[in-house]
Design a protein around this ligand. Structure first.
Ligand SMILES: [Zn+2]
Length: 259
């Protein structure tokens, strides 16, 4: 069984004391591919160092997280973009819009998202979207961007069945993580309704751990718990959930299966 964690921040300091062991635990659980989203200018060197140490296992993305869109963000984006000169990336991300804390910087976040959508199309890479209280704004921006080559993942998808259908119509996949195991998350309904071919699994480690690890640090080994939950909701064998969601990720990130 091969599982894939399409979204893990294993390069963060939360893993400094046991990163290699954490990777080993993931491997022991059948997790074979980890995709690492970047956050800002400070995270990139650590992220690339982890990928360099585990080149067949960890695959980097490049992007600016919406909560890291600060004054001079265009300069920050230029600096991030310069890493393309010396590095292969598997996706643009994470980017998106986050209106949880306040809406004052919506315009700047939209601008940063649009610049990163342009990178995605230019480099033929998928885009990994972070959304928080902003699903409709993001859908609107993607529609206005209106490029058939744009594809990607709505990571940690927070929406309704109706919104999931809109996202799929845009050519995007739905990222399902630990939140699926929380009571009243509403996500069980989404997973039940949409076809597995539109779903990828993720942890968002060290954040959002699945039951029974709530309150603890999340890690990529727990993809297993998330996959079990999805298999129960959909009444499909665990191995099949692993196979299809990994296949979805391999196709999106353009990695050949069994590498
Ligand atoms: Zn993330």
């Amino acid at each position: 069984m091969v599982l894939t964690d399409t979204h893990t921040h294993i390069y963060l300091e939360e893993f400094d004391s046991d990163r290699d062991k954490s990777i080993q635990r993931a491997t022991d659980k059948g997790v074979k591919y980890l995709f690492l989203p970047n956050i800002d200018i400070d995270s990139i060197e650590n992220m690339l160092a982890v990928c360099k140490k585990h080149p067949d296992f960890c695959f980097p993305m490049i992007g600016l997280h919406p909560t890291s869109v600060k004054p001079y963000f265009e300069q920050t984006l230029e600096t991030l973009y310069s890493f393309f000169n010396s590095q292969k990336f598997y996706a643009i991300g994470e980017t998106g819009i986050d209106l949880y804390w306040d809406k004052t910087h919506l315009k700047e976040q939209e601008r940063a998202l649009n610049i990163q959508m342009e990178w995605a199309v230019k480099h033929k890479l998928p885009i990994v979207i972070h959304s928080r209280n902003s699903l409709n704004e993001i859908i609107k921006n993607i529609k206005e961007f209106n490029n058939p080559f744009l594809k990607g993942i709505f990571h940690c998808f927070p929406g309704s069945v109706e919104q999931a259908k809109q996202v799929i119509d845009l050519g995007f996949l739905i990222g399902i993580g630990g939140v699926i195991t929380y009571k009243n998350s509403g996500l069980a309904k989404v997973v039940e309704t949409i076809d597995l071919k539109h779903i990828v699994l993720e942890t968002d480690a060290p954040f959002l751990p699945p039951v029974p690890y709530r309150g603890q640090r999340n890690e990529s080994a727990y993809i297993h718990e998330i996959a079990v939950f999805v298999s129960l909701i959909k009444n499909i064998p665990l191995e099949k959930v692993a196979e299809i969601t990994t296949q979805n990720a391999m196709e999106l990130f353009d990695l050949s299966f069994g590498r």
